[in-house]
Ligand binder design. Structure first.
Ligand code: PHE
Length: 339
């Protein structure tokens, strides 16, 4: 029995020495001192000894039990301390570390302008339409009163995809699409990207943005057109702004006009921005040509309408004093984060 006891003590102390975690010690404790443990087994075996020897033997077992318990407790306390320390280190938060700056995006200046322009027209009862950027020549030109070989086609340098398909050169084809798909009264605006094969410089880009407007109803006249566009320009640039309508030419409107606003930089006195004239050109417009109405299934004897097309990039340039259109398309964050 004593031999057995010494072997167990030795084995247990060795295992304790190797133990590297409190969990391992707990396992050892159960396997030696637990109810079904080895030492407990020896204690139970004492029943087989003659009664006279039992007390001494029992004492020896208890001494070993005491000794192992103390050793386990000590080592366990040491390991527990180390484990706690490791956990502290792992979970530590450095409250003195500088905060991380979250970079917040901003809306693109074109988005600001487009939203504002669209909201002004929505406020006047217009609805918002959309049309394809890759467009049939038929809608982009023919239905807009520019048949093949019409000289006005040269006003817009066109990217042709094939003989029948173009990158739309203006948002005007959406006029045709709207008239063909809905009946008057029509009151719509259509913002979108347009394409012209222009070389890039400070004032030209092969991609830019327009917003088309179209109103078709009974008894629509030039006065309605003037009132609407004057209201729009005053709401966009401010109530002090004056407008002026000059005769112009577009194949799809008759009569046609170009609309100027008093220069936002000098208020109309004349400066570098308006080249001394006091006026800046804002948009093109006119009464929808009867040929356009007719080709789009609307009787020009019964209905009349007006249309306009405004350059969104141009509005942004004027509003924010941007002198190079390329800034609007290059995506340079140093420029964009100012808006
Ligand atoms: N589509 C014309 C352009 O791109 C603008 C315009 C639209 C003029 C509607 C009159 C009426 O220049």
């Amino acid at each position: 029995m004593e031999e057995q006891l010494r072997a167990l003590q030795e084995k247990t102390m060795e295992a304790l020495d190797r133990a590297a975690s409190t969990a391992e010690i707990e396992k050892l404790r159960v396997s030696v001192l637990g109810r079904k443990g080895e030492l407990t087994g020896i204690l139970r075996g004492l029943g087989a000894l003659p009664p006279a020897e039992r007390p001494v033997a029992g004492q020896k077992v208890n001494v070993v039990r005491e000794m192992l318990t103390v050793a386990m407790d000590e080592k366990e306390a040491k390991l527990a301390e180390a484990e706690m320390q490791a956990r502290f280190e792992e979970e530590a938060i450095d409250v003195t570390a500088p905060g991380e700056t979250l970079h917040r995006g901003t809306l693109h200046p074109l988005t600001h302008v487009l939203t504002q322009v669209r909201d002004i027209f929505i406020g006047m009862g217009f609805r918002v339409e959309e049309g394809p950027e890759i467009e049939l020549d038929h809608y982009n030109f023919e239905l807009m009163n520019m048949p093949q070989d019409h000289p006005a086609r040269d006003m817009q340098d066109t990217f042709y995809i094939n003989a029948e398909t173009v990158m739309r050169t203006h948002t005007s084809p959406v006029q045709a699409r709207t008239m063909l798909s809905s009946k008057p009264p029509i009151r719509m605006v259509c913002p979108g990207r347009v394409f012209r094969s222009d070389d890039v410089d400070a004032t030209h880009s092969p991609v830019f943005h327009q917003m088309e407007g179209l109103v078709v109803d009974k008894n629509i006249n030039f006065g309605n057109l003037k009132g609407t566009l004057d209201t729009f320009i005053k709401q966009f640039f401010g109530p002090q702004t004056q407008t002026r309508f000059r005769p112009g030419y577009f194949p799809f409107t008759e009569p046609s006009a170009e609309v100027d606003a008093t220069c936002t930089a000098c208020g109309g006195k004349g400066c570098r921005i308006c080249k001394g004239t006091g006026w800046i050109e804002i948009l093109g417009c006119g009464m929808v040509h009867p040929n356009v109405l007719r080709q789009c299934g609307i009787d020009p004897e019964e209905y009349t309408g007006y249309a306009f097309g405004v350059g969104i990039d141009r509005l942004a340039n004027i509003k924010y004093n941007i002198t190079d259109i390329r800034l609007l398309l290059e995506g340079d964050a140093r420029f964009l984060k100012q808006f």
